[in-house]
Design a protein around this ligand. Structure first.
Ligand code: ZN
Length: 601
């Protein structure tokens, strides 16, 4: 299986065209300005007195990569001049051996001494940026600089073994080196990626600070023996994505078995309904099975994105819809909530419940509890998430189509045109706001369409004839006659009540609502009654209401709430009264000021 790249796929209209336009027209500039103000770009010219933070290179690199995905479709000389200058500065300021790091070039004696300090992570992001910038523009300079850097890293970690550590404290370079291999054809980059994966957990390595143990950096066992998702959730899923890449390219069954077990552990026991992972802010980490607290839920935007990377790569080895289902869960929920509707502000954490009152309850002390922020911010001290959103939305084209031998796979329902070798395809849809998907396809006789996990009823019409179908591992395989064919899917996106495994403590006796893949939430700004103690009927009675302000479909749902009482406690059972609960898509929350929000009700 291969995923069909952005070069071959145009997003034409609908939900993602709007998001990509905001990404291109607003978010790129907004993040660029915040990074200029905070000295992230200046770090590359080495004139600042202040030494750059250890992860500034990665922030800039992700921004460049995001811009590059956009440049595939629309060249922009102003942005290219800006990026070319960064490549020039890297060339000017790097060491003779090819090494580049804005922080450690100012402290040369400390190079490769601190496993926790993101050196290989920054290198990996610079490589990803260089690969995409080259693919979008054909300009080789940045890529050549990163080839020199990768050659040098190979020498340090494989030939000379001269660094104070064996594997990165923050994984990322593993998947970046695979992209370097795919782009340059140099096998040594694939070997280096595999080397970092195979060495991890084999021997004791420096921890990344005294507060963390070997779980935080996924070192507790050799990766082939790991079966659960552990530690820092972004590190973890970047590593797992790299493992899935290596398993696919080396046809490594043992590594693939580890990937499958870990993926299964995540989606069955450690993932929020929104696709968020890493439920604790302590170590930004995975914790225990079913430990998915709502107000304290961390669910970093980058962790959602990293899990989508992992899922997408698993699909290469295993045509099972669970992987594209997971990507879908993430892109319409826990990734998209990371950016405001206007494209200017971001959440780092994406909890499933916000209670602003928690910030005001400690009236007798000047001490403060740690709670998730209630409003998005334009930039963070650690601003990994904003440019990650830019590159992910910019690259959404790459999540739609895959090809395997003779079969075209349709993984996501996104309005788009495909031109790949002799294959032409066209998807037109208002999904996820509507369940109808119109597909035209020619140049291929077999098409596999994902049947989503949430879809109870799907009608399939091929060339105007209603067709029976069966699905294998969640894909409907369709044989088509020669010539151009039309496929129509009518998926039932009727809102559904969702129940949680009772082992999730925070969700006891609670219910959520999904419409198609979109998770809904309730905000106090829409409802003049408390959002706890809401009782849904057995069936969901609702009206769908279009919101121009949110550019989304809201739900007005019939519910009951208990009567209010004066006593703190009572022996009298409650009487309930009927109310209408307004719900909005989770990805729209916190766009209308600070207000209480709940997914599980
Ligand atoms: Zn982040």
């Amino acid at each position: 299986m291969l995923h069909i790249g952005i070069k071959h796929v145009d997003i034409t209209d609908g939900f993602w065209k709007k998001r990509q336009d905001i990404n291109k027209d607003v978010t790129v500039k907004a993040v660029q300005n915040r990074f200029l103000e905070t000295g992230r770009f200046d770090a590359f010219d080495f004139t600042n007195e202040k030494i750059a933070h250890i992860f500034y290179d990665s922030d800039v690199a992700k921004w460049i990569e995001g811009v590059s995905f956009i440049l595939h479709k629309e060249r922009n000389s102003e942005l290219e001049v800006f990026i070319d200058r960064i490549a020039d500065l890297i060339e000017k300021n790097r060491s003779d051996d090819g090494y580049y790091n804005s922080h450690f070039l100012r402290k040369p004696e400390e190079r490769w001494q601190h496993r926790s300090d993101h050196e290989l992570y920054c290198a990996g992001h610079l490589m990803e940026a260089a690969v995409q910038y080259y693919k979008a523009t054909g300009k080789e300079k940045f890529l050549k600089l990163m080839e020199d850097y990768a050659d040098y890293i190979y020498k340090v970690f494989i030939t000379e073994k001269s660094a104070a550590f064996k594997t990165p404290g923050h994984e990322e370079i593993e998947l970046a080196l695979v992209k370097m291999y795919d782009t340059t054809g140099k096998k040594k980059y694939l070997e280096l990626s595999k080397h970092f994966i195979d060495r991890r957990g084999v021997e004791e390595e420096p921890w990344i600070g005294s507060n963390y143990n070997r779980y935080n950096t996924q070192d507790f066992l050799p990766v082939r023996q790991q079966r659960t998702a552990e530690g820092h959730a972004v590190r973890a899923s970047y590593l797992y994505a790299g493992m899935a890449d290596i398993a696919y390219r080396y046809k490594d069954k043992e590594l693939l078995a580890a990937c499958k077990a870990i993926f299964s552990n995540i989606v069955k026991k450690r993932m929020y309904i929104t696709g968020g992972t890493g439920s604790s802010h302590l170590g930004e980490a995975y914790t225990l099975d079913y430990d998915l607290p709502n107000t304290k839920g961390y669910a970093e935007t980058c962790a959602a994105i990293a899990l989508a990377f992992f899922a997408q790569r698993m699909l290469l080895s295993d045509a099972d819809s669970v992987y594209a289902d997971t990507v879908e869960r993430i892109i319409y929920n826990g990734m998209l909530s990371g950016v405001s509707l206007d494209g200017k502000a971001f959440f780092y954490e994406n909890p499933l419940e916000i209670q602003p009152v928690l910030n005001n309850r400690n009236v007798a002390t000047t001490l403060t509890e740690r709670n998730a922020i209630t409003q998005r911010k334009e930039v963070f001290g650690c601003s990994c998430c904003p440019p990650n959103v830019i590159r992910f939305i910019g690259a959404i084209n790459e999540y739609i189509y895959s090809y395997n031998k003779d079969t075209l796979f349709i993984n996501q329902f996104i309005s788009s045109d495909l031109e790949y070798e002799n294959i032409r395809a066209e998807i037109r849809t208002e999904f996820p706001n509507c369940g109808k998907v119109y597909i035209k396809v020619s140049g291929v006789n077999k098409v596999a369409v994902r049947k989503p996990y949430w879809c109870k009823y799907l009608k399939l019409v091929i060339n105007d004839v209603r067709s029976k179908y069966s699905s294998k591992k969640g894909y409907i395989y369709i044989n088509l006659p020669k010539g151009q064919n039309r496929i129509r899917l009518e998926m039932d996106i009727t809102p559904r009540l969702v129940y949680s495994n009772p082992k999730v403590y925070d969700n006891s006796h609670k219910t959520a609502v999904m419409r198609g893949p979109v998770v809904y939430c309730a905000e106090a700004v829409d409802n003049d009654f408390p959002l706890n103690n809401i009782v849904f009927g057995k069936e969901l009675n609702y009206k769908t209401v279009k919101s121009d302000q949110l550019d989304a479909y809201m739900l007005d749902v019939d519910i009951k709430i208990p009567q209010s009482i004066d006593d703190l406690y009572t022996f009298t059972p409650f009487k309930y009264r009927k109310k209408t609960l307004r719900m909005i898509p989770y990805y729209c929350f916190a766009n209308r000021g600070e207000t209480e929000m709940r997914v599980w009700l």
